[in-house]
Design a protein around this ligand. Structure first.
Ligand code: G3P
Ligand code: MG
Length: 242
């Protein structure tokens, strides 16, 4: 049986504050093959790695990323909300993550957050930076905004893209092909053996999210998925390597 690819969701976000280097390092230590990150844009045009549109939940600050400058964002503490141990962790920018991915030689799933807040030219900026770091091969770009993914294929067809979705879709592999995607990134509850098999026959990878429990991971293993996006790379490794 082929080896599954493990992406640490926002790093190893069960164990360290999501989307910080503490979390990414932990994911790598726990044997993840890559990390999944979420990207927005600041007021002054930097690509900011954070899950929410606002900084409120995961930092000691307040406000929308699109209304804050990089300097303001970098002054925030992105670790203390999780535990005192992580005080002083910062919100990363995409370039810092690309540098890390290159140094560690791991894979990267960049989720474009483009809606309900829409960021002008976020696709172009991401493509240019990934190219500048020579990481096109190691990267897949995913989004719930499939217009963003179609746009990526228009401006840089060499990029792999993954369709994020949470609905029970019919023949998702056909939809993925229609928007030029290489993969589907379904909510894990929506897939079954048939969907995985038919997708793979059609050349579409199946990379479900966010699979954390042992039983769910066992099910994904039985379905023979290509990758798993998980908060717990350690549990995932244990289940898939049994
Ligand atoms: O990429 C999988 C997953 O991250 C999608 O949902 O909300 O955790 O970014 P969310
Ligand atoms: Mg995400």
């Amino acid at each position: 049986m082929k080896k599954v690819t493990i992406y640490g969701h926002r790093g190893a976000s069960r164990y360290a504050p999501e989307n910080t280097f503490a979390s990414y390092n932990k994911a790598v230590e726990m044997g993840a093959d890559g990390i999944e990150i979420d990207v927005h844009k600041s007021k002054d045009g930097y690509l900011i790695v954070c899950h929410d549109e606002r900084v409120d939940r995961t930092t000691n600050g307040k406000g929308l990323i699109k209304e804050l400058t990089l300097k303001e964002i970098k002054n925030l503490d992105a670790g203390s909300w999780f535990s005192k141990e992580y005080q002083g962790q910062q919100i990363p920018i995409l370039e810092e993550v690309l540098e890390f991915v290159k140094r560690k030689d791991i894979l990267l799933d960049i989720e474009i957050k483009n809606g309900p807040i829409f960021y002008d030219k976020i696709e172009e900026d991401i493509v240019n930076q990934v190219k500048a770091y020579g990481l096109v091969e190691q990267t897949i770009i995913s989004s719930f905004n499939h217009y963003s993914l179609a746009h990526i294929k228009n401006i840089a067809k060499e990029f792999k893209t993954g369709i994020l979705y949470i609905a029970g879709m019919i023949e998702p592999w056909n939809y993925a092909k229609k928007v030029g995607a290489s993969a589907i990134h379904p909510l894990f509850l929506t897939i079954n053996r048939e969907i995985v098999k038919e997708s793979q026959i059609n050349g579409i990878m199946v990379n479900p999210f966010t699979v954390n429990g042992e039983e769910e991971l066992k099910l994904m293993k039985a379905f023979n998925v290509d990758s798993v996006i998980t908060d717990c790379p350690d549990v995932c490794n244990r289940v898939f390597n049994i």
